[in-house]
Design a protein around this ligand. Sequence first.
Ligand SMILES: Cc1ncc(COP(=O)(O)O)c(C=O)c1O
Length: 446
Amino acid sequence: MNTQKITELLARENARFSQSRPRSAELLERATASMPSGVPMAWMRGLTHNMPIYVDGGKGAVFADVDGNQYVDFNQGDMSSTTGYGTPEVTQAIADRMARGGQFVLPGEDSIWVSEELGRRFGLSHWQYTLSASAANTEAIRLARLATGREGVLMFDGSYHGHIGETLVDYSHETPQSYALGLPRDHGRNTKVVPFNNLEAAEAELAKGNSACVMAEPALSNVGLVVAQDGFFQGLREACDRHGALLIIDETHTHMFAFGGLVRHWGLKPHVVVVGKNVAGGVPIGAYGFGEDLAELMNANLFDHAGDEPGFASGGTLYGSHLSMAAARATLEHVLTEEAYAHIGRLGARLGGGIQDIIDRAGLPWRAQHLESRAGWLYGTEVPVSGVDAVRLMNVDLSDSRRIYMANRGIWEAIVTAGPAVSFPMVDADIDLYLEVAEGWIKELL
Ligand SMILES: Cc1ncc(COP(=O)(O)O)c(C=O)c1O
């Protein structure tokens, strides 16, 4: 691929993008006086290399910016809004709930309904709630520490488990180090990282007897896609049982790929499962589920403000709120149905297959990725097995040129490390548009 062509296309499309969004440019200038980088969360600005756009609103699979440009959304806020924008049943449930109060730090019946339903889907009987998947992962690790009396966390290269100390590590060093500024230099001291799909390396680490848990995504979803090889998770569960560690499966993204997540789809057997992002139709929520034994452990270690003994460190005043629960109930009942997952699975197959056809027609040494409702572009023909493999096959300039070219033509696909994902309200015409615009990008490059 001619790198000069990529650079020229990128420059041309970036200029077009900025010039045709004057209202966003105006808001950006105003916003930088009150927010670093002009955004309410600095990470928003680091995610893309183009001018940020300010959003007006969305409906279904489409959102509009303040300049009136519309985008079919293939990123959905990094899958935090995959159920779609303004879903009527969820919007109504949120409004009804808020009219009667959103949180009391007391339980309501919706929390029972949601826990029973998650239990039915993921095969784990007991559930606890937070406001994000990061926080659910944090509590899941604490639960593993309580259960095992150990501190270590074993994870895999290429994983992202959220904004939490233990897993926010740079694994290119033998002892994982800080991955970001503001973290203690030695915060990775309890973390070990081994290559994804390498059961032998995981078992060797577990055999040392320091790990409270193994935390793993069922398929790496933050470095494109890396799928677990046959038998990997079964072997991992057996190794965890042999060496007394808990297997935590982080389904934050992948529960949007299949009904009951890949845990149900592939028959995985975690001790703890974590979900988040879009379980409540866009209202903040994180959840972790586990079996009877861990529930009993939690019961026996209840945090009692008046008690002398310390209890299990969980909770936050807005965790498990009535708002989260009402939104989750409506989302699970009306949006995240088995039929709806079958629909996005079918569209995902069309998307992945269509990308492969485009690549083949262009004769490029690339490969399409596809796992249920998620697809991706690999700039090589090798199938990545570990996170390190996957990162080697990325090309930031190529991805940026694709994303900005497509944004200028009504397709939003924001994050380099992700890939296009099908949302629940999408229809065949959305996939057709994606493929048509993507083929236009390739033709320009060639
Ligand atoms: C697999 C996985 N786990 C956890 C998280 C953290 O989610 P949140 O940022 O909503 O806390 C993410 C976020 O991208 C994720 O991809």
